[in-house]
Each structure stands twice: as structure tokens, then as C-alpha cells.
Design a protein around this ligand. Structure first.
Ligand SMILES: O=P(O)(O)OC[C@H]1O[C@@](CO)(OP(=O)(O)O)[C@@H](O)[C@@H]1O
Length: 685
């Protein structure tokens, strides 16, 4: 919902987002709504309450933009039965006041009395943020063209140009159904569904399998058992790890320095933490494992043999998945030995893999004591260089959210039926880590402090040098885990596509022009609730023309997004290459990844020139629509999908299809929308 901003010019405005979280609500036949004192929120009439949209499995959200100097608004949440119009259930307690003119995130509880004996407790986050005039103008302009008084709430909504509103006859085909889900097409299981726990996607423990641990102990969603057997053969000379090439083990501390938030109902002594007594919780493994997974994906995509070893996974395989907090006590001798043992097993596996040719191993674990870190350093001595990566987070709301995400997703709590008990147990585990925590100050290290909450943060590096470590630091500085969509699409069909000619700089065919208008409608609808976004194209006209009908978002042309340079074959058809340059044709057919057109490029060259684009995509916090080309999008997609480089030149990137990549704390998810019928493209799908 985009509430009408004040009509008088563009002044400061306030972005408001109300999120409700409950792991029980989805199973109840109740839909969360918001109502309150403002007419747009129903003036306290429950029948005019605003529905909250499902944002994740257990999260519902309603966001809007208000003039910053609005009178104080009061609101409350309520649950409406979906099946019938019986009485709705208003949350207990006083009205919620919505202040104006501030940036803050407030987390509270909401209690709904379901019956005399049963009530539903939910978490509620109210986020307010001042919007700069640019933010507002950019997103406002995107709505101006399509604003129609809503038929439902009397407030402005973005509506699609439905049949009756098609601009004119030949534009009829560019209209899109209101429901984008209609265009979703099944995707091959390339990416995480967003519900697989990041640590499960790490390397399978060969050491444990050697000791007879049965494969069926592996938790669902693990990489195939014979993962080592699949170790990719080296990419060409550019990446064969030479003996003198620096080999590094990045011991990602994953869980971060366990400095704990005060659980809401108690204070925890932080006296034994060097930092001030306000020290708070470190980032739970969920984010550590995801950050390690992102780093692994990035290095692999650049052609460096990289593997991610998660010690939590080793622990679960060897000791099961129902360890309570006691297992992690610093004074639990057996627990400490068991944890050190699995850490050593993971390290052994990683070191032996590196002796087989691995370049970068990531050992993802807590490693919160000097003794543990010394053990790892001793094991690596003379074999490879160790760099510790420590993640530290002091943002209470981010931490609370991630603890709950961890308990929701980790196999450690898969059998825990009481969610809150799981949260308490995990917080107890973190308290035990805190008691023994010793900040990293030895050897080479990278400390990432408060870089998750999106307000900049700090990076401390010590004794870091060399190409690979330098690339690691650069990547970690730029990446974050804030969820946002990235939309990838090729340009509309070009005249050269019709003629089967490669490269070139032709304009769009009629079908390609219809696609460009459909894409504009799709972008307006898909990004309507986003405060801002950007549109990236190459410098070739088929992408620029495809982007033209999109309004209200800044457009940026990247030369790095230009299609693969076919050199002397540019403008030819594949048949002409085969006929006139049979040796070139044959060489490319044999090794499409490494083959370089004479006076042109290979796919490996394209990947190298796309690295700055990947870094910039990782850095973005707002959605990005990338309109590019077949070879370029194959290369970008391979990064997000963590595809082996050998597969890149064969990845399916059809015309007139949008690939939505959703990146966030749960990893990478994919969704594909086909906007046009391939056979009869201008027909209404
Ligand atoms: O690597 P291959 O499979 O040849 O695909 C790249 C070719 O795809 C094409 C279309 O044939 O890209 P696009 O139309 O997306 O710009 C050519 O321009 C480009 O040379």
C-alpha cells in the first residue's frame, strides 16, 4: 500500500513498516490486519482494517509512507477469521502510538486471546525511517503514472494497466494480469529454497564417513556424499593453484564474538568481557554460515578452488542434533572435548583437501577461545596460512531476529516443539560461549563489526596481505545480508535474434518491443512497495530500448554488462561460423568456457569483467533490475546459483523471462516469471 503523500510538493516523509511474526499463525484460520485512528487505517472500524501481506513463512508486513509531520496516529493489530465474518480478535493492551519524524526499530509483543484458555503471542516490529526527498521522488514517480483511486480503501494503490486501461489497441498486449504469480514458471532446483539451513549445504565430512558414520545420518539437503569425488578439475592455467601460490584457510568464526544481548527479562554479567559492560550478543551461526557460504560462492565463481566446512554439521553428525545448551558449557569437560574433536576433524578434512589442490578452505565454527584457535593454528602450521574472520553484532533487534531465525531453521531445534523454549536454550548456549569468550587478537584476522544492520559498521584487519586475502577483505566490506530482490532478464527479442546473428547492436523486433512494455508493467507492480530501486542495462541498444518504458527508477548503463565479444565472428550466424571458420567453431564447441573468439572474449573473460558488477550487486540494499544478454546473464546467474564454471556456457536463460533472485539471511532463492507465450508472443498470456 502506498499511502498518498501530501500533495503539496515533496517534503520529508516517514516510511513505516509494521511486521508481525508468529510460527503458529499460519496454521490458524486467521488473517492479521492493522486498524487505527487514521482514516486510511479505518478510523478504528475493524471492517475497514488493512490486511497485512505475508512476507515470509512466519512473518506478515504492512508498510506505508506518511508525511513526517502527521498527527500522532494510534493503531492496533487484529486477527480476522478467513472463513467467515465472525468476530475479529483485537490484540490485548493499549493502543500503539505511532510517533512521527524519527528513525527507529521497536520490538514488542502482541497477545491475542483466542479462547478462554488459549492465547496467541506474536512478536511485533515497528520500523520508522525518515525518507529523503530523492527516495520518495524516485518511488513516488514510479506510481504517478499508474495511480488510480483504489476501489477498496480510498487510498492510492499501484494498479496494473488491466484490460480496460490498456493505453491503446496495440498496447493491449503489454498489459499484465494483476497477479504476477500467474507468470511464475517452475525453476530447476538451482538455488536454495530459502528454507535449507546454510550450514547443511557445506562439505560432507569425509573423516566421519571414514569412521563409519552412516550417510543417512546426513541431514536432508546436504551436498551429495561423493562431493570429494566431484572435486572440480582445475580451470585453465589462470587458476591452477601453483605450489608457491598462497594457500589460505579462513577460519570463519561464524558465530562471532559471543557478546550477548541482555535477554529481555534478565541481565547477564558481562564483567569478563573486555569490551564495555554494554557488550551484546555476537552474530549467531545462522548468519556466520551464510556469510561463509557467500564468500565460498564468490571465490568459486572467480575460479578459486574453495570449500566451506561447517563444524556444527560435523558435531550433529557425530553427536546428534538434540544437544541442549549444557553440551556447550565451558565447564562441561566432555562437551569441550567433543567440540574440539569435531573442530579438529573438520580442520583435518580441510587440510587434506588443500593438499589435493584446494586454494581456500573456510572452517566455519565458534572458535571463541584462544586455546581452540591455537589448536587450529598448530594444525595448519607449515601447510597453509590462517586468517580469522570474526563477525560482531551489537544491534539487539538484528540479533533477536537472527536468534529466532536460527531456532526456526537449525537442525539443532528441528525436534523442539516449543519454539520459545528453543529460543531460551539457544540464548543459554550463547551465554556459555560468552563466559569463555576471548576476543581474536592473534595472527591475521578480519573483524566485521556491526556490518549487518545496514548502518555501515566497522572493519578491522590485521596482518593481511596478498591477492587472495585482499579480494576476501574487499568482498566482505561490500556484502551484507539484508534481504532484497535482484531481477535478471535478457533484452526483448532483437532483430539479430530473429536473423540468428550473434553479437551486433541491433534494435528490438516487434515482439521485443511488446516485451519491453510488459517488463515495465511487471517492474511497476513487483517493486510497488519498494521505496526505491535501480535499472541496470548494458551500453547496447537492445537492452537500453528494453528498459525505456520503465519509469520512475534511475537507469544505469554498464559497459561491463555488454554481451560477450564475438570478435571476428561478430554479426555472423552460427552456421556461417561453422562454414567459414570451422576450426574456430570446433574449438568453441569443445571448450566453450575457455574458448576465446579471435579479437574477442571467452566466458572466463566475461566473468572477470563482471566481478565489479557482482560486488556492486552485493553492496546494493534496494532492488536492482538487470537487463542484459545471454552470455552475461549466464555468468551472473552462475554466481548466485553457485554453479560450477564448466556449466556456465550452457545455463538456460530464455528470452522474455525474468529470473528473480532473493538474497538474504536464509541464502539465495530463485523465482522465474515468463511474461510471454513463446509460440504466440503477442497473445495475452
Ligand atoms: O555463448 P552463446 O551461446 O553463443 O551465447 C552468446 C550469444 O547470445 C546472443 C544471442 O545469440 O546474446 P543476446 O541476444 O542475449 O545479446 C548473442 O548476441 C551472443 O553472442
Amino acid at each position: 500500500m502506498a499511502t498518498a503523500a501530501s500533495s503539496g510538493g515533496v517534503s520529508d516523509h516517514q516510511y513505516v513498516s509494521v511486521k508481525l511474526e508468529s510460527s503458529r499463525l499460519a496454521a490458524l484460520d486467521l488473517a492479521p490486519h492493522l486498524f487505527g485512528s487514521h482514516p486510511a487505517a479505518g478510523s478504528w472500524d475493524p471492517t475497514k482494517a488493512l490486511p497485512m501481506e505475508r512476507a515470509a513463512a512466519a512473518i506478515w508486513e504492512l508498510s506505508c509512507v506518511l508525511p513526517s509531520r502527521h498527527e500522532t496516529l494510534d493503531f492496533k493489530l487484529l486477527l480476522k477469521p478467513k472463513a467467515d465474518s465472525s468476530e475479529c480478535i483485537v490484540e490485548e493492551g493499549p493502543n500503539r502510538p505511532l510517533g512521527c519524524g524519527s528513525n527507529q526499530v521497536e520490538m514488542t509483543d502482541a497477545v491475542f486471546k483466542l479462547t478462554e484458555k488459549d492465547s496467541l503471542e506474536c512478536k511485533v516490529w515497528v520500523e520508522t525511517e525518515m525518507l529523503s526527498p530523492f527516495d520518495l521522488a524516485a518511488s513516488w514517480k514510479a506510481h504517478q503514472e499508474n495511480l488510480q483511486p483504489s476501489r477498496v480503501r480510498g487510498t492510492y494503490d499501484v494498479v496494473m494497466n488491466t484490460e480496460t486501461e490498456a493505453r491503446d489497441e496495440n498496447d493491449f498486449a503489454s498489459g499484465l494480469e494483476l497477479d504476477l504469480e500467474k507468470y511464475v514458471v517452475p525453476t530447476t532446483p538451482n538455488m536454495g529454497s530459502g528454507v535449507v539451513y546454510a550450514a547443511n549445504l557445506t562439505e560432507n565430512p569425509r573423516s566421519l564417513l571414514d569412521t563409519g558414520i552412516s550417510p543417512n545420518n546426513l541431514i536432508k539437503g546436504d551436498a551429495p556424499l561423493n562431493h570429494y569425488a566431484n572435486t572440480k578439475k582445475d580451470v585453465d592455467g589462470r587458476h591452477t593453484p601453483s605450489q608457491e601460490e598462497q594457500k589460505a584457510v579462513f577460519v570463519d568464526r561464524g558465530v562471532g564474538s559471543p557478546r550477548f544481548a541482555r535477554p529481555t527479562n534478565e541481565t547477564v554479567s558481562t564483567s569478563n568481557i573486555k569490551q564495555d559492560s554494554e557488550a551484546k550478543l555476537g552474530m549467531p551461526a545462522a548468519e556466520g554460515a551464510v556469510a561463509a557460504a557467500k564468500l565460498t560462492r564468490y571465490l568459486r565463481w572467480l575460479g578459486h578452488e574453495t570449500k566451506h566446512f561447517n563444524v556444527g554439521k560435523y558435531r550433529r553428525l557425530k553427536h546428534g542434533t538434540n544437544q541442549t545448551a549444557d553440551f556447550f558449557r565451558g565447564d562441561n569437560k566432555e562437551g569441550v572435548e567433543a567440540r574440539n574433536e569435531v573442530a579438529a576433524l573438520a580442520m583435518e578434512d580441510m587440510l587434506s583437501w588443500m593438499e589435493e589442490g584446494g586454494q581456500v578452505g573456510i572452517c566455519d565454527a565458534t572458535n571463541s577461545t584462544r586455546s581452540r584457535r591455537n589448536m587450529l593454528m598448530k594444525m595448519a602450521e607449515g601447510k597453509c596460512k590462517i586468517i580469522f574472520v570474526e563477525t560482531i553484532c551489537n544491534d539487539q533487534d538484528v540479533l533477536e531476529r537472527n536468534i529466532r531465525l536460527k531456532v526456526q531453521q537449525s537442525p539443532d531445534y528441528a525436534e523442539q516443539t516449543d519454539f520459545e523454549a528453543g529460543v531460551r536454550d539457544f540464548k543459554e548456549r550463547l551465554a556459555y560461549y560468552e563466559k569463555v569468550y576471548e576476543p581474536v587478537d592473534e595472527g591475521s584476522y578480519i573483524k566485521m563489526i556491526d556490518m549487518v544492520s545496514g548502518n555501515g559498521g566497522q572493519l578491522q584487519i590485521n596482518n593481511i596481505s596478498g591477492y587472495l586475502p585482499g579480494r576476501i577483505v574487499f568482498f566482505l566490506v561490500n556484502c551484507h545480508l539484508t534481504p532484497r530482490p535482484i531481477l535478471l532478464t535478457r533484452h526483448g527479442e532483437s532483430l539479430d535474434n530473429v536473423r540468428g546473428r550473434i553479437g551486433g547492436d541491433s534494435s528490438l523486433s516487434e515482439v521485443g518491443e511488446v516485451y519491453s512494455r510488459k517488463l515495465a508493467s511487471f517492474v511497476e507492480k513487483r517493486l510497488k512497495s519498494e521505496r526505491t530501486a535501480s535499472i541496470w542495462t548494458s551500453t547496447l541498444q537492445r537492452t537500453i530500448l528494453t528498459a525505456q518504458p520503465i519509469i520512475g527508477f534511475p537507469k544505469i548503463q554498464w559497459r561491463a554488462l555488454d554481451e560477450i565479444n564475438a570478435g571476428v565472428c561478430d554479426g555472423m550466424t552460427y552456421d556461417e561460423v561453422k562454414k567459414n571458420k570451422p576450426e574456430e567453431y570446433e574449438s568453441r564447441r569443445k571448450d566453450k568456457l575457455r574458448y576465446r573468439y579471435p579479437r574477442g572474449e571467452s566466458y572466463l573473460d566475461v566473468i572477470q569483467r563482471l566481478e565489479p558488477v557482482i560486488i556492486e550487486l552485493e553492496r546494493q540494499r534496494a532492488p536492482v533490475v538487470v537487463i542484459a544478454h545471454q552470455a552475461v546473464l549466464r555468468s551472473l546467474y552462475a554466481y548466485f546459483a553457485d554453479k560450477p564454471l564448466e556449466e556456465v556456457p550452457k545455463i538456460e536463460i530464455p528470452l522474455h523471462t525474468i529470473i528473480e533472485i532473493k538474497m538474504g539471511v536464509t541464502g539465495v532463492e530463485e523465482k522465474r516469471y515468463k511474461l510471454m507465450d513463446a509460440v504466440n508472443p503477442t497473445a495475452e498470456v
